[in-house]
Write a protein that binds this ligand. Structure first.
Ligand code: FE
Ligand code: CA
Length: 514
């Protein structure tokens, strides 16, 4: 893995200020010398009566945004038609330099379960039109929900063609499970460049989001559907755990860096105001309901987790461990005790047919050493087996309806049976897991994973050879997962196809080939 860059914030180096890309005319009106909507438009967190609309004014996106250090009004409109002729609501939001001139508009008073279109205006400039969709009424009967979920989009590893195809899908929603940006350059045979060192300051993270969000394919998927977004580690630092960075920096210095990463995440995602960060603290875990059919539990397994046990000498972060008795310490938590409690309370109260646990990484136990002995990777749930057992025991004891865990992080598709006893091949599945592959990020060779299959009979499918996303269809009768893959990320003209499809029948945990 790559070396971390020097913490430039701590070194106190000045950041160059770009020439303004905005001027005022003699009447005091704003005039942009470049498109201020260069980062596109987005919507998120759909509720039955509203949705969050997002944009950021950035006429010079890769150099701090290019806006003057002043508040700027941004008009917004939402309509029931794509031509924006039937506007049902409008308003003015203030783009604040303290939030990188981003706006997060919480529209309410909309009708449930329908498409809307929206756009923004600043000065004489008008944004492209985005489309969004409200959730069905709380608890209302719903015969189908369709969504795509994605993760891990290292910009330098390839083109976002998967998103161009996702934008064409017949879906209601996109869920993003983290590694939306990468703070650092890594990998082989890069096809694009960050053109910047590792992110350390707020200015660095803002420019990194601007680079990624400048991509037209990514913008098209944002403009087509509302998104539910959670982060993983690379939005701040590889493998970080609460206040501990991969390189074991001073915790106070790392928390300052984490605050910068969290703020930039908020500034660039269609998140509600309640998620705005307070220094290094930002609550993103949340729940989203879609009629009586689905409840999404969106988790944060980075901010509150116990430090990874048995790290490499003098380091933080993940490790492959064989002899590490600390690993099974029942005091370890991946979600933090408060979030664990929030999750189980919500699952117990849920009346949804499908209970989705949308989180960052692989949950199933994986023995990574073919043959005698067992090796575990400490950055995912295998580093926190007692916490995993607490959750899966609870799900089994309380007979939670149709628990489906979705994850990302590992750059491969995994379909697994989640069990209360992974060492007993005959123990039944109590929940179903679908981990999606990466949008672009490179992965270890498929042979490495195939060698693990005999040791881990609860793995029903694994494939690291393809990049793409998962399209999931929920009905009262079944959950269908289509593993969608692009033919290449090295060229921008890739085709999309379905690599494999799996089905989970209502009331029966465990996926079977469709
Ligand atoms: Fe990743
Ligand atoms: Ca083994």
């Amino acid at each position: 893995m790559p070396r971390r860059a020097v913490l430039r914030a701590a070194a106190g180096l000045a950041v160059a200020v770009a020439a303004p890309a905005v001027v005022r005319n003699a009447w005091g009106q704003l005039r942009f010398d470049a498109n201020p909507f260069s980062l596109g438009v987005a919507s998120g967190y759909p509720a039955a009566d509203g949705v969050v609309l997002w944009t950021r004014l950035a006429p010079d996106p890769l150099n701090g945004g290019g806006m003057p250090p002043e508040k700027v009004p941004v008009e917004w409109q939402i309509a029931t038609d794509a031509r924006m002729e039937k506007v049902v609501q409008r308003g003015v939001a203030i783009a604040d330099p303290g939030w990188a001139h981003s706006v997060h508009i919480e529209v309410s008073g909309l009708d449930p379960g329908r498409w809307y279109w929206y756009r923004f205006r600043a000065g004489a400039e008008v944004s492209t039109v985005g489309r969004t969709r409200t959730a069905p009424a709380m608890g209302a009967p719903l015969d189908r929900l369709r969504f795509a979920y994605a993760s891990c989009q290292q910009y330098e590893h390839g083109y976002y063609t998967a998103y161009r195809h996702m934008a064409e899908e017949d879906i209601d929603l996109v869920v993003h499970l983290g590694d939306y940006i990468y703070e650092v350059t890594w990998g082989r045979n890069l096809v694009r460049s960050h053109n910047a060192p590792e992110c350390a300051t707020l200015a660095d993270y803002r420019n990194r989001y601007a680079l990624y969000k400048g991509d037209a394919d990514l913008q098209s998927a944002h403009a087509a559907f509302p998104w539910l977004s959670i982060w993983d580690d690379h939005e701040v630092d590889n493998d970080y755990a609460s206040d501990r960075s991969e390189q074991r920096d001073d915790p106070a210095a790392f928390l300052a860096r984490r605050a910068a990463g969290y703020q930039a995440f908020y500034e660039h995602m269609p998140l509600p105001h309640r998620m705005a960060p307070d220094g290094p603290v930002m609550r993103i875990y949340d729940r989203a309901a879609f009629g009586n059919l689905a409840s999404f539990n969106l988790l944060d397994d980075r901010q509150y987790r116990s430090h990874q046990v048995c790290p490499r000498e003098g380091r933080g972060g993940a490790n492959f461990v064989e002899h590490c008795p600390e690993r099974t310490d029942p005091h370890l938590s991946l979600l933090g005790w408060q979030q664990e409690r929030w999750l189980t309370d919500g699952l117990a109260r849920s009346s949804a047919r499908w209970n989705l646990i949308a989180q960052q990484t692989l949950m199933a136990q994986i023995d990574r050493r073919p043959g005698p002995g067992a090796v575990h990777w400490t950055d995912n749930w295998d580093g926190y087996p007692a916490a995993r057992a607490r959750l899966l025991d609870f799900i089994a004891e309380r007979r939670i309806a149709n628990p489906v865990v979705i994850g990302g992080d590992v750059h491969a598709f995994w379909v697994t049976d989640l069990k209360t006893d992974f060492d007993n091949a005959k123990a039944p599945a109590v929940a179903t897991e679908f981990v999606g592959t990466s949008i672009t990020s490179q992965a270890p060779a498929q042979e490495r994973f195939e060698a693990m299959l005999p040791e881990n009979p609860h793995i029903r499918f694994v494939n690291s050879a393809h990049r793409g996303y998962v399209r999931m269809t929920l009905t009262p009768e079944r959950c269908t997962a289509d593993l969608r893959t692009v033919s290449t990320v090295r060229k921008p003209d890739a085709k999309i196809r379905t690599l494999a499809s799996f089905v989970v029948e209502d009331g029966k945990a465990g996926a079977v080939p469709a």
